[in-house]
Design a protein around this ligand. Structure first.
Ligand SMILES: Cc1ncc(COP(=O)(O)O)c(C=O)c1O
Length: 380
C-alpha cells in the first residue's frame, strides 16, 4: 500500500515579509479598494484577511515554496498537510481526513469512491453541481427527491429495497444549501438511511466553521450511515482547498484509487498553512458561530418586519427570492449604489423563475449594513 511521503524542501527565502517588491506595491496601489460592504462572499468569518492566516501563509512560502511542485504521492506532501489532516479528523470526531486542491475535486472523488454503475444515487434536487458531475462520472443511476423532503426520499429508498441486483444506495445532500440557506434534518435523514441500508454523503462546504457545535458542522455527533463528509477551506476557513473525512478503510481507498486525489498537484503550502491557522482560530473562538447565528436571526426578523418573506433556514445565508432576472439585477444595482455588494443569483445557478439576492452574513459586518439593505429594498 502506498503511503504519503513528505518532503521538506531546502529553505529558500523568496519573500521576506515587509519587504515586498516595488512591482507588487505598485500593483496594490493600482487596485481600487472596494468601498462596498460585502454581502455576497462566503468569507463568513472574515478570515481571508486575518493576520494569523496571512502570517502562516507567508511562513509557508518562505519554508516550503509557493506551490507544492508535485502530487501528494510523489513530492507534493509537506508536514503541514499531514498536520492539518490529523487536526481536522480529531476536530470532527472522524477517523481520517484527506486534503484535496478544491471542493469540486473532493466531491467528484467522494461520489466516485462510493458509487459505480450498479449503484443508485439518490440526491436532493438542489445539490451542488460538483456532486452531480461526480454522479455522472461514476455511471450510477441518478434519482432526485424534492428539496429537503424526507417523505419523498423515503419513497425512493423503499423502491430501491425491492431491487436486489443493485448495490446499497447512496444518498447525497448538503448540510447548508449554498443558494437556499436551508438545512435538511440530518439526524432523521441518517436514521432513514440506516433503516434502508443506504450510505450518506454530506457536503458541509457552507456549514463548517460556522454551524453545529463549536462550528464543527451539522453532521457533528451523527455517525451511522454518514460515509463521507466533504468540506472546503474556501469559505469560512478563508483559504482555499478542501478535504474529505471518513473512516480508515475509505480513506485508504481514496488514497490508492482516487484519480482526483492522486493525479493532481497537492494543495499549495501557503493555502494549507492558512487553513491550519483558520482551524486553530475557529477552535479557539467557539463563540463566532453562535454570534453569526444570532446575527442571522436578527436579520431574518428585520426583513420579516419590513414585509419580506422570512428567508428560509437559520444560518448565515439569507436567500431573498425576487423571481424575475431583470428585477433582481436592478436591485443589485440599487444596492451597489447604496454601498452594498449583493450579487444577483440567476438561472441556471438556481431554478427558473427564482432569481434572488443571496445575502451572506459575516462576523464583522458594520452595524449600518442591515439598515442600508432594508432601506434600499424598501418595504414589500
Ligand atoms: C456546496 C458546495 N460544495 C462544493 C463547492 C466547491 O468548493 P471549492 O470552491 O473548494 O471548489 C462549493 C463552492 O462553490 C459549494 O458551494
Amino acid at each position: 500500500m502506498e503511503n504519503i511521503p513528505t518532503t521538506r524542501r531546502r529553505r529558500i527565502r523568496t519573500w521576506i515579509p515587509g519587504s515586498e517588491p516595488t512591482q507588487l506595491k505598485e500593483l496594490r496601489n493600482a487596485l481600487p479598494s472596494s468601498p462596498l460592504i460585502d454581502l455576497s462572499s462566503n468569507d463568513y468569518l472574515g478570515l481571508s484577511r486575518h493576520p494569523h492566516l496571512a502570517y502562516a501563509a507567508q511562513q509557508a512560502i518562505s519554508s516550503e515554496g509557493v506551490g507544492a511542485g508535485g502530487s501528494r504521492l510523489v513530492t507534493g506532501s509537506r508536514p503541514i498537510h499531514l498536520k492539518l489532516e490529523e487536526s481536522l479528523a480529531n476536530w470532527l470526531g472522524r477517523e481520517h481526513a484527506l486534503i484535496f486542491p478544491s471542493g469540486f475535486q473532493a466531491n467528484l472523488a467522494a461520489v466516485m469512491a462510493l458509487a459505480n454503475r450498479k449503484t443508485t444515487v439518490i440526491t436532493d434536487r438542489l445539490i451542488h453541481h460538483s456532486l452531480l458531475v461526480g454522479v455522472r462520472a461514476s455511471g450510477a443511476k441518478l434519482q432526485r427527491y424534492a428539496h429537503n423532503n424526507l417523505l419523498d426520499l423515503e419513497s425512493l429508498l423503499k423502491k430501491q429495497q425491492k431491487n436486489l441486483s443493485r448495490e446499497s444506495p447512496l444518498v447525497i445532500t448538503e448540510s447548508l444549501f449554498s443558494m437556499e440557506g436551508t438545512s435538511p434534518p440530518l439526524l432523521q435523514m441518517s436514521k432513514l438511511c440506516e433503516k434502508y441500508g443506504a450510505r450518506l454523503l454530506v457536503d458541509e462546504a457552507h456549514a463548517l466553521g460556522v454551524m453545529g457545535p463549536q462550528g464543527r458542522g451539522l453532521c457533528y455527533g451523527i455517525d451511522g450511515p454518514i460515509a463521507i463528509i466533504s468540506g472546503t477551506f474556501g469559505k469560512a476557513f478563508g483559504s482555499g482547498g478542501a478535504f474529505l473525512s471518513c473512516d480508515k478503510k475509505l480513506n485508504d481507498e481514496l488514497l490508492q484509487h482516487s484519480g482526483a486525489f492522486r493525479y493532481t498537484t497537492a494543495l499549495a503550502p501557503p493555502l494549507t498553512a492558512a487553513a491550519y491557522a483558520a482551524l486553530n482560530l475557529i477552535q479557539k473562538n467557539p463563540q463566532w458561530g453562535i454570534q453569526l447565528k444570532d446575527k442571522s436571526k436578527q436579520w431574518r426578523i428585520e426583513l420579516t418586519k419590513a414585509g419580506w418573506d422570512t428567508p428560509a433556514g437559520d444560518g448565515p445565508i439569507l436567500s431573498i427570492i425576487i423571481g424575475e432576472d431583470q428585477k433582481t439585477l436592478n436591485l443589485q444595482s440599487q444596492l451597489e449604489e447604496s454601498g452594498l455588494l449583493c450579487v444577483a443569483i440567476r438561472p441556471p445557478t438556481v431554478p427558473e423563475g427564482t432569481a434572488r439576492l443571496r445575502v451572506t452574513l459575516h462576523k464583522d459586518l458594520p452595524e449600518e449594513a442591515m439598515k442600508k439593505l432594508i432601506n434600499t429594498l424598501g418595504d414589500r
